[in-house]
Structures are given as structure tokens and as C-alpha cells.
Design a protein around this ligand. Structure first.
Ligand code: GTP
Ligand code: SPV
Ligand code: MN
Length: 585
């Protein structure tokens, strides 16, 4: 592989001097090289070969038991001023962080191989594309990045010797949780991640680059990097309309992105197409619409709950050339997880590699166990997936897990109100990040762990985007997770979510009516198609109620949350909160 690239080589040489690996291998992305890396991974136990007849090209990996989710408490934004990272990010001055990291990286690759991986977020040569180099000592990371991004020799060629590439230094080091740091230096387009081998901490193209660094780039360059799925909805007339959805981690993006319309809809000719399941880069087009690309090339999806019933497209995507992490390993060399079927395997190994008794009550797969699957495998991948210009977005939906407060759906009155609706998002915490599961926390635009600068400034950037859009998408909030008093979900969810998305898209095209409420526009119950949904109109009415008392308490929470942003809180959002409080009086 040729690399006559002084800027890139100089930076790599510097990391070689710091980490002192025994060998340096440049990743060209070829099938031969990947096969060689798999063999090396099998030899050391870093990877386990799966049943090649049933799961061709698939491998299994376990991360360290203390290293199974993103570590938000150890994730830092290292810009010059603390105020620019804002109250929702951990901050350390760049020099101070580098001084802390230097001894941790020093010599950490001695006895190991350093892999140098050129990759692109976005289609090569797309106006949206951004290039990066990830250095890592993990074969799992290399093989995962080869699925999740466009990686290898062609990228190096496309990069030329542009010094503007995103630098990423990843090292497993000792996997010591006390010395684990996921750090971002937006002023230098630099990411340094050490002592973790878990996806979101170690696959640097994903959350570190495509959200934390890219959100900074987007702010400077007039675009947006968002934690959003991109879904194409084709109606019986053959028109495809695109919607983006921002839901917090493990709150349903992959599922909505790959949804299969209910039979009643399929019979009429509805189809859905997946453009992306986790990250969207959004740019205003010359036509004044908002255009989106998915910068990734694969899916890093939550395994538990994925089944032939809930998400057959995701399941099909994992049948070849995929990597499974922290799931149950069956004696026949295939995999299992809770929610796959009602038939837990005997004589299997759990996510830690111990013999597992399905009757023990302990889960066999980690709740945040994942699959890494190529986008090309997905049966419903959009024909526009590779379009370098992206797709035009007609609607944005925000959503989270809210047992009570948020109705099934409501639409914002305008763009600024929509930004308010995104900014007040809250959700019950999931296993995707370390910490207590189930507690409600504010997660604005599902970006709480991913916004690479002050969240107040980020909201202002959202507000400012309106000026660049003559045809902005409509904005709505959805909640698939409302429960009855016994804690049962009231809405069937999954494919049936199309019934709600249809209404939102019809609103975007002026084809559906709505009723005003204190919090925004609600559908008339008769405008949500319930045919064969197994939901009666009474339940739907309940799902669409706005409990004023709950919303008054909600406003108090929002006010307290907003207070921490001081003068970085956009005046327009403070006004929206006042309007809401007045409406609820
Ligand atoms: P990240 O990859 O962490 O960003 O997660 P995600 O937002 O893509 O979430 P995903 O689609 O993987 O769903 C996470 C969990 O929520 C899975 O266990 C799903 O089965 C469950 N889930 C997804 N959609 C629905 C829904 O409409 N209703 C209900 N009740 N559960 C859902
Ligand atoms: C998330 O947690 O939002 C994920 C998985 O998509 S990770 O890549 O670990 O961030
Ligand atoms: Mn995610």
C-alpha cells in the first residue's frame, strides 16, 4: 500500500514513538488482509470463529466484563475553555489531558501490533464525506471499522495529503477502568481513546468522530451531525418521503429504520427503506430543503430484543460477514440472546464465557450486547443509501422512553418550537451507557452524550439553521413507550409505528388535520389508521392525552435543567418555555 503522505506519516510516526509497538500494519481493507487478521484473532482468542455454514464470514467477540458500554463519566471534551464544553460535558484543558494521557499511552503497544486504518465517514468523494485515520492495537476494532465505515487503500487515495483528516488514537492498554479515557480535542480534530475495547468507546469513526467532532465541524460549516436514523417511506402512489428520528441509545432507532409496514399497509402498497440507523449528517440543499446522508456503512445494533418478529431485517443483516459481541455462544457455533426466540439454548456459554443455565434467572447475553453487520446485507437498504447527495428530509421525529408524560405523538407549531421540543427530550436510561437503568434523564435531541460543545450553543445552531431552509422539515415528538398502571406498553410499537409516522408525513405535505393542545398539534384520533392494529380507539385517546398536572411538573424540571446553561440558553427557548407554562395555567 502506497502512502507518500507526509502529514499522515508524520502523525503516525509520532504515535509509533509514543506507543512503541513491535510492528506497524497499514490496513488496505482487502479480503486477504481481513482473513489474515481473523486468523490471528482466532489464534489469540480475541475472536472466535462461528459456524461457517450457518453464519458465513461471522465471528464472535467478548469484551472485558468491566468494558461493555460507553463510559460517559470518563468521556471528555478538551477545548480551551470549560464554558465551550458546557455543563453537560466533562471537560479538561487540552494540555492537561495530554499530560495525563501520555504516560498511559507510553509503550502501551510494546509486544503488540499497531494497525493504521484510513477510513471515510460517508461515500468517498461525496460532498458530505470526511476522512480519518484510526490507529488501534485491536483486531476487533479493525474488523469492526471495516464493516462500519468505508476503510482501506481507496480512502487513503481519496484523502491525498490533506492535513485536515481526523486523527484517532485508540489503545486497549490494560483495559484498566481507572485509566479509561475517551477524549476529544475539537480544535485539533483529534480523538484519543484508551483502556476500552467496547464499540462506542473504541470504534472512533462512530460517536467520537461522526457526532462529537462532527458536531463541531457542522457548527463551523453550517450543517448538523445528529444521532438520528433515516427512513424512506414509500406510499402506494410510489412517492418516497424521508424522515429522520432522534431517539436516545437503545430507544428504537434501528427498529424504526428497518420497519416492516403492518400487513394492512403492505396490502395497499406501502414500503419502507432504511438509509441509516444511528447517525445522520444533515445539510441545507440549494433547493432550501434539508438533505441527509448516513455517514456509516454498517449497523452496530442492540442484540437483545432483535427477533424475526420485531426486526427481521436486522436479523437478516447479521447472517453473513458480521461480528457478534457479548451474546450467548451456542455449542453449534451460532449465537443467541434474550428476545431472539422463546427457546434459550442448553449447554451454551454466556457473554462472559461461562457455562450458562437458562433457568438461573441471569441473562445469557449482556443487555448491551451488539451485532456489527454490513449495511449491504440489509434486505430493505434504500436504493439511495449510496447516493452521495443524500435524501431530502420532510420530517424529524424526536422521542424517548416516557411511561406517562409524552403522548404517542405531537407536532411542533414551527421550527423554533420544534427545537424546543427536541431540547426538552427526556428518557428512561438504558443499558447502552454505564449507570443505573430506568432513571429518567434529560437527553436533548438524543445528543446528551454526543454533543461535542456547549449544548446551549448547539440549540442556537439548531435555531440558526432555519435561516438556511426555505422548506424546513416538520418536527414532531413520538413516544412508543407509554404504559398502563401495571407497566404494560399501551402501543404495539415496531412495524405499527408506521401508523404514526404516516400522520407526521401527511402533516409535512399538508394532507392531514390536527388539533391544537397546550404542547403542540395532536392528531385527531380518526386520523391514525388503526386497522388491524389491535388497539381500540379508547386506548388511542388515552395515548393522545396531555396530562396537565404532569406537564406542569415537567415544566419545573425543564426550568431547572435550562438554568444550568445561564446566558448560553437561547432566548428563544426561554420564550418557548414561558409560552408552555402560560398555556398550562
Ligand atoms: P442504539 O444503537 O443504542 O443507538 O439504539 P437504538 O436507538 O437503535 O435502539 P434499538 O432499535 O436497537 O432498540 C433498542 C431496544 O428497544 C430493543 O430491545 C428493541 O426491541 C426495543 N424497541 C425498539 N422499538 C420499540 C417499540 O416500538 N416498542 C417497544 N416496546 N420496544 C421497542
Ligand atoms: C449508542 O449507545 O447510542 C450506540 C452504541 O449506538 S455505541 O456505538 O456504543 O455508542
Ligand atoms: Mn446510537
Amino acid at each position: 500500500m502506497t502512502h507518500s503522505t507526509p502529514h499522515i506519516t508524520a502523525w503516525v510516526d509520532e504515535q509509533v514513538r509514543l506507543c512503541k509497538p513491535d510492528r506497524v500494519v497499514w490496513i488496505d481493507g482487502s479480503e486477504e488482509q481481513k482473513a489474515q487478521l481473523r486468523r490471528e484473532g482466532f489464534a489469540t482468542g480475541e475472536l472466535i470463529e462461528l459456524n461457517q455454514e450457518l453464519l458465513p464470514g461471522c465471528v464472535y467477540h467478548r469484551s472485558h466484563p468491566t468494558d461493555v458500554a460507553r463510559v460517559e463519566a470518563r468521556t471528555f471534551i478538551c477545548c480551551e475553555k470549560r464554558e465551550d464544553a458546557g455543563p453537560t460535558n466533562n471537560w479538561m484543558a487540552p494540555d492537561e489531558m495530554k499530560a495525563l494521557l501520555r504516560p498511559i499511552y507510553d509503550g502501551c503497544m510494546t509486544g503488540r501490533t499497531m494497525y493504521v486504518l484510513p477510513y471515510s465517514m460517508g461515500q468517498l468523494h461525496s460532498p458530505f464525506a470526511k476522512y480519518g485515520i484510526e490507529i488501534t492495537d485491536s483486531i476487533y476494532v479493525v474488523l469492526s471499522m471495516c464493516i462500519m465505515t468505508r476503510a482501506g487503500a481507496a480512502v487513503l487515495e481519496a484523502m491525498g495529503d490533506d492535513p485536515g483528516f481526523i486523527k484517532g488514537l485508540h489503545a486497549k492498554a490494560e483495559l484498566d477502568p481507572e485509566k479509561r479515557y475517551i477524549t476529544h480535542f475539537p480544535q485539533e480534530n483529534l480523538i484519543m481513546s484508551v483502556n476500552s475495547g467496547y464499540g462506542g468507546n473504541a470504534l472512533l469513526g462512530k460517536k467520537c468522530f461522526a457526532l462529537r467532532i462532527a458536531s463541531n465541524l457542522g457548527r463551523q460549516e453550517g450543517w448538523m451531525a445528529e444521532h438520528m436514523l433515516i427512513l424512506g417511506v414509500e406510499n402506494p402512489r410510489g412517492e418516497v418521503r424521508y424522515v429522520c428520528g432522534a431517539f436516545p441509545s437503545a430507544c428504537g432507532k434501528t427498529n424504526l429504520a428497518m420497519l416492516i409496514p403492518p400487513k394492512h399497509y403492505r396490502d395497499q402498497g406501502w414500503k419502507c427503506w432504511c438509509v441509516g440507523d444511528d447517525i445522520a449528517w444533515l445539510r441545507p440543499g440549494a433547493d432550501g430543503r434539508l438533505w441527509a446522508v448516513n455517514p456509516e456503512n454498517g449497523f452496530f445494533g442492540v442484540a437483545p430484543g432483535t427477533s424475526e418478529k420485531t426486526n427481521p431485517n436486522a436479523l437478516a443483516s447479521t447472517k453473513r460477514n458480521s461480528i457478534f459481541t457479548n451474546v450467548v455462544l451456542k455449542p453449534d457455533g451460532t449465537v443467541w440472546w434474550e428476545g431472539l426466540d422463546k427457546d434459550p439454548p442448553r449447554d451454551a456459554l454466556d457473554w462472559k464465557g461461562n457455562p450458562w443455565d437458562p433457568d438461573s434467572g441471569a441473562p445469557g447475553a449482556h443487555p448491551n450486547s451488539r451485532f456489527t453487520a454490513p449495511a449491504a446485507n440489509c434486505p430493505c437498504i434504500s436504493p439511495e443509501f449510496e447516493n452521495p447527495q443524500g435524501v431530502p428530509i420532510s420530517a424529524i421525529v424526536f422521542g424517548g422512553r416516557r411511561a406517562k408524560t409524552a403522548p404517542l405523538v405531537y407536532q411542533s407549531r414551527d421550527w423554533a418550537h420544534g427545537v424546543f421540543v427536541g431540547s426538552i427530550m427526556a428518557s428512561e436510561k438504558t443499558a447502552a451507557a454505564e449507570g443505573k437503568v430506568g432513571e429518567t434523564r434529560r437527553d436533548p435531541m438524543a445528543m446528551l452524550p454526543f454533543c461535542g460543545y456547549n449544548m446551549g450553543d448547539y440549540w442556537q445552531h439548531w435555531l440558526d439553521m432555519e435561516k438556511l431552509l426555505t422548506h424546513p422539515p416538520v418536527i414532531a415528538n413520538v413516544n412508543w413507550f407509554r404504559t398502563d398502571d401495571e407497566g404494560h406498553f399501551l402501543w404495539p410499537g415496531f412495524g405499527d409505528n408506521l401508523r404514526v409516522i404516516e400522520w407526521v408525513l401527511r402533516r409535512a405535505f399538508g394532507e392531514a388535520e390536527a388539533v391544537e393542545s397546550e404542547i403542540g398539534y395532536l392528531p385527531k384520533p380518526e386520523d391514525i389508521d388503526l386497522a388491524d392494529a389491535g388497539v381500540d380507539e379508547e386506548t388511542l385517546r388515552g395515548l393522545l392525552t396531555v396530562d396537565k398536572a404532569l406537564w406542569k411538573t415537567e415544566c419545573e424540571g425543564i426550568r431547572a435543567y435550562y438554568a444550568q446553561f445561564g446566558d448560553r440558553l437561547p432566548a428563544r427557548l426561554a420564550e418557548e418555555l414561558e409560552k408552555l407554562e402560560a398555556a398550562l395555567k
